[in-house]
Design a protein around this ligand. Structure first.
Ligand code: HEC
Ligand code: HEC
Length: 150
């Protein structure tokens, strides 16, 4: 008896949580809009990639710096990495780019390698270019004093 009462209570709770999640989902519109999964959705307007510019200030100490330039057509695959043609230690001077930092040469056991570590090879896993997009939700995050000086 107690067991089934608890189950019923849990079920009710679960339904409540499900419902509240549903109302949040109603406010947030996905790129597909509210189209049903089997309906064709409207093509979303294309975002504009920012023009090449100065590096962005970082928001927190451990942040992978944002990419301050376009990366359209920059391939990264097993054989070739376009980013490294400018950002590797061999090429950064000629390209006038920032060289990848030493952390990019460490494997997950903290062994320091002679070349870029596999876990840092796919740059866009962590580094992202910017578009003229409005934030989906409000964000009041403020950088720490060590970065902002405030
Ligand atoms: C044609 C050369 C070139 C290529 C290719 C290139 N970059 Fe850059 N990148 C630059 C230059 C130049 C800068 C700006 C350096 C400056 O003004 O201080 C820069 C800046 C950056 C920064 C900002 C560094 C900082 O300290 O804020 C990041 C991150 C970055 N690039 C990532 C990438 C990634 C990821 C790719 C590949 C998808 C890539 N870049 C491809 C030349 C290049
Ligand atoms: C797993 C996440 C990750 C990947 C993958 C990654 N980075 Fe980074 N990168 C970071 C972080 C975090 C920082 C800032 C702290 C640091 O230097 O490690 C950084 C810093 C940098 C900087 C600035 C260095 C400096 O001295 O200010 C450059 C340039 C850069 N990365 C380029 C690249 C390129 C090019 C690739 C691909 C070959 C790449 N990163 C792959 C996380 C990543």
């Amino acid at each position: 008896m107690i067991k089934s009462f608890r189950t019923a209570l849990l079920l009710l709770l679960g339904m409540g949580m499900g419902l509240s999640q549903y109302s949040v989902a109603q406010d947030l519109v996905s790129l597909r809009g509210h189209a049903a999964p089997d309906e064709a959705s409207k093509v979303p307007p294309q975002k504009q990639w920012q023009k090449d510019g100065e590096p962005f200030a970082r928001d927190y100490v451990q942040q992978p710096p944002l990419i301050p330039h376009k990366i359209k057509g920059y391939k990264i695959n097993v054989k070739f990495n376009k980013c490294l043609t400018c950002h590797s230690w061999a090429n950064y001077r000629e390209a006038g780019a920032t060289k990848i930092s030493q952390t990019h040469f460490e494997d997950r056991d903290k062994n320091v390698l002679a070349n870029i570590s596999a876990r840092r090879y796919f740059c866009t896993q962590c580094h992202v270019p910017q578009v003229n997009a409005k934030p989906l939700v409000e964000n009041t995050f403020k950088p720490v004093e060590a970065i902002s000086g405030k």
